[in-house]
Design a protein. Structure first.
Length: 449
């Protein structure tokens, strides 16, 4: 039916263009690549801007606040364009799994034609076909976890690097997080399906893959096949030189995963290990299932087994009940681990999560004061860690021209640092040696050697 709908739509879509607005994480980016794949197969081509689009898809994220206001603002702006372009407006992604969002759309945003959820993106072609042929609005959001649908067409955004989702959903229910409510329970793809996708990517010339899931190290391929087995099997695939993964959970970081990271040449030795808080009290309130000490012990253990490993992390400041002493524990862990990069978030209430009902919410001004203090420390450490690169020669996968200066090429080291340098465009897509000459917090400057 998916194939059929895609082919039948062709009759109506000649000359029509699509525009996808993607919010949020890499999993959403990968979903958008599948949506783009399906729209292309339906006969649409990609619009350069929303103004020239005949169909617009919002792939939304609801992990933090503000996104809702932004979305409704954008929907408002499209009201006039819709008439001009006879535009179809579709709303999907995590926000459309939230009842209050769909209710608001039904009540006040009549310009929206199609609402689909995170479990049924494969139904989008059928929904669009219905709109095209019967001019009917289609609202279809599933509460139950959808089956994993293999074989959807994918229009990749990366030239040499590709996203590969290995599992969907999350079972952890961290008390601040909305994800388990909008993405459902954990479901892993079959190992053979993942390996087939990676082999195909290798044969198409991709060099780098990023394995994605809310909690990749609880991947369960069945019959005792875990994340470490997947890493080892992918490492054997010729052509894929760089393997990254996002995000693991510290509580599931078993010894076999550490050994696989150490043993597999292609697996990058930079690990994104979300800390969220350095205080054992707050971690307990967050339902993270580890303490400050256990986190530090894990980092130590990984450092012993994986030479030259580095870490990046996510931290939330101002979780309910976080006191000054707790925040100091967070700073202490940041100082001890020396993260190469810290992704910092100010806690925001998500409707329906356990933390919403917790006492002692932290006043906004204290949250932002703590955020600034954390940023200052994290930036200082990033700078110190970056300085260690100066004078070294790094393997850099060249991704393209710099967005701000076409004279400059940009790429990333195996440790995921952005490197800018001058060089011929023929280097794009290759992994080359670059000597690092200076650091600029968000990127390193180098010269090809
Ligand atoms: N408030 C602030 N940050 C949050 N995150 C998840 N939920 C919230 C929230 N309610 C952060 C976590 C997670 C990252 C993707 O977003 O740090 O790791
Ligand atoms: Fe959210 Fe925690 Fe699941 Fe990550 S592990 S998606 S933070 S509930």
């Amino acid at each position: 039916m998916i194939e059929e709908a895609m082919l039948m739509a062709k009759e109506y879509t000649t000359g029509l263009k699509y525009f996808i607005n993607t919010m949020g994480c890499k999993l959403n980016e990968n979903d958008s690549e599948k949506i783009a794949g399906m729209l292309t197969k339906m006969g649409y081509s990609e619009a350069k801007s929303v103004e020239e689009a005949n169909i617009v898809v919002f792939n939304t994220c609801c992990i933090r606040e503000n996104a809702e206001e932004k979305l409704f603002g954008k929907l408002g702006e499209l009201k006039n364009l819709k008439k001009q372009n006879n535009m179809i407006i579709c709303l999907g992604g995590c926000m459309s799994q939230e009842k209050h969002v769909v209710d608001k759309v039904k009540q006040s945003y009549s310009q929206v034609d199609i609402v689909f959820g995170t479990h049924n993106i494969h139904k989008l072609p059928e929904m669009i076909l219905k709109k095209l042929t019967e001019n009917q609005k289609v609202f279809d959001v599933w509460d139950i976890d959808g089956d994993i649908i293999e074989g959807l067409p994918v229009k990749r955004t990366g030239e040499k690097n590709a996203l590969v989702t290995i599992m969907y959903g999350c079972n952890n229910f961290c008390t601040y997080c909305i994800v388990p409510y909008v993405r459902g329970r954990e479901r892993s793809r079959k190992p053979e399906d993942i390996l087939k996708e990676v082999r195909n990517l290798a044969s198409e010339g991709y060099k780098e893959i990023m394995l994605l899931g809310q909690n990749v190290n609880s991947y369960d391929g069945g019959a005792g096949y875990h994340f470490s087995n997947l890493l080892r099997d992918i490492d054997q695939i010729p052509g894929i030189n760089i393997v990254r993964f996002m995000s693991p959970h510290p509580k599931d970081f078993t010894d076999d995963v550490i050994s696989a990271i150490a043993d597999c040449k292609s697996v990058c030795k930079v690990i994104h290990l979300p800390l969220q808080s350095g205080s054992s009290k707050v971690l307990n309130l967050m339902n993270r299932k580890y303490t400050k000490e256990q986190y530090l012990t894990l980092v130590q253990k990984i450092r012993e087994k994986v030479p030259d490993v580095t870490f990046t992390t996510d931290i939330i400041v101002g979780f309910p009940g976080e006191e000054e002493a707790d925040f100091l524990d967070t700073l202490d862990v940041v100082e001890k681990v020396k993260f190469e990069q810290v992704f910092m978030f100010i806690y925001s209430v998500r409707k329906g999560t356990a933390a919403e009902k917790m006492p002692n919410h932290v006043p906004e001004e204290i949250k932002s004061e703590r955020f600034n203090r954390l940023k200052e420390l994290a930036d200082r450490i990033t700078e110190e860690e970056n300085k260690k690169y100066i004078g070294t020669v790094q393997k850099v996968l060249v991704e393209g021209e710099s967005k701000t200066n076409a004279e400059v090429l940009t790429g990333r080291t195996r440790s995921n640092k952005i490197v800018n340098f001058s060089g011929s465009k023929s280097l794009i897509g290759k992994e080359i040696d670059v000597e690092i000459i200076s650091e600029h917090v968000w990127y390193l400057k180098g010269k090809a050697v």
